[in-house]
Design a protein around this ligand. Structure first.
Ligand SMILES: [Zn+2]
Ligand SMILES: [Zn+2]
Length: 164
């Protein structure tokens, strides 16, 4: 969604917006996790020559769990506030967005922010136990004996000796 800011740069006003954004083409680690449209909403406000963008994006992230590979999904939401300026003096200052001309592509901004916000590690639940790397059992559902302590037979013999 592209908005025209020419009025807001010369007079006070508001430009509320709400749209849905298709991000199903975004790929992370071989997965396309944004299967449903991302909901973007917010407002652009102009007060005394200062133009401020407030943008919120809500998305559903669907991906196999990084530990146990079970498909899972979770809702995420992000909010940003930026000052829109015609000229930017410090290119690294992320509080500002420079506007070339009068148009601002809100879809592009939302897309960038969603990419920056996606989880680096995605778990089906915070305490996911993962998969046994020896037998492949899903340790959330079952347990296995792979890492159970094996008692050394010589120690076992000693134990019997002392118990007698
Ligand atoms: Zn898991
Ligand atoms: Zn195992």
């Amino acid at each position: 969604m592209v908005v025209n800011l020419s009025d807001l740069f010369v007079a006070d006003g508001n430009l509320p917006f709400e749209f849905s954004l298709d991000l199903s083409d975004l790929e992370f680690y071989g997965v396309y996790p944004l299967k449903t449209p991302t909901k973007v909403s917010g407002n652009i406000q102009s007060r005394a020559g200062i133009v401020t963008l407030q943008l919120k994006a809500e998305y559903l992230y669907s991906s196999p769990c990084d530990r146990c590979a079970t498909p899972a999904e979770r809702e995420y939401s992000l909010s940003i506030e930026r000052t829109l300026v015609r000229e930017l003096f410090d290119l690294d200052d992320e509080r500002f967005i420079q506007i070339d001309g009068d148009e601002l592509d809100l879809g592009e901004i939302a897309r960038t922010e969603v990419i920056l916000s996606v989880p680096g590690k995605f778990l089906c639940k915070p305490d996911c136990k993962g998969i046994c790397d020896r037998c492949g059992a899903n340790l959330n559902e079952t347990s296995c004996d792979c890492y159970k302590e094996k008692i050394d037979p010589r120690l076992a013999a000693l134990k019997d000796f002392f118990n007698e």
